[in-house]
Design a protein around this ligand. Structure first.
Ligand SMILES: [Zn+2]
Ligand SMILES: [Zn+2]
Length: 151
């Protein structure tokens, strides 16, 4: 199964072949500012995503305190991906980019204390971390490799 999408203006397009390794939410204060609310994202190895078009990269410190790189369309500013230093080789894609193709069912939430008061915990959450859950998160990613085959 292949997935594909574009930014709002259409200058940036992307595609990937495999189901995401993990679907998760991040409620940290950096995501709240960047995305207007919590980040709903699909995680995958960065070499599985093909991107074409003008992407402008912005780097800042993420909720973990390590650098987060954001790839935005250089024309319309749509967030295409973000790459965390804390998990080298991984990439997060905002779930909304795949609306209509992948039903968002997050299994992990990070920085749970930052979840906005209007937002209930998603019923599909299996692991909730009060921080970035780095070590546990990597284990979770690896365990989820099995789920890709089923999907
Ligand atoms: Zn664009
Ligand atoms: Zn975050």
């Amino acid at each position: 199964m292949a997935y594909a999408g574009t930014c709002l203006c259409g200058d940036v397009s992307f595609s990937f072949q495999f189901d995401p390794m993990m679907q998760f939410q991040c409620h940290c204060s950096v995501c709240q500012r960047k995305f207007g609310s919590s980040l709903n994202a699909l995680a995958m190895p960065e070499d599985e995503l093909t991107v074409e078009g003008p992407v402008r990269v912005f780097t800042t410190k993420g909720g973990s305190g390590q650098e987060m790189h954001y790839g935005n369309c250089a024309v319309c500013g749509t967030s295409i991906w973000n790459k965390p230093e804390v998990l080298g080789g991984m990439l997060y894609l905002p779930a909304g980019l795949l609306a209509g193709q992948i039903e968002f069912k997050p299994t992990v939430e990070l920085w749970s204390g930052g979840r906005p008061s209007f937002m209930a915990q998603a019923p599909t959450i299996k692991a909730s971390f009060t921080d970035n859950g780095t070590v546990e998160r990597i284990q979770e990613l690896l365990e989820n490799l099995d789920q890709r085959d089923a999907g």
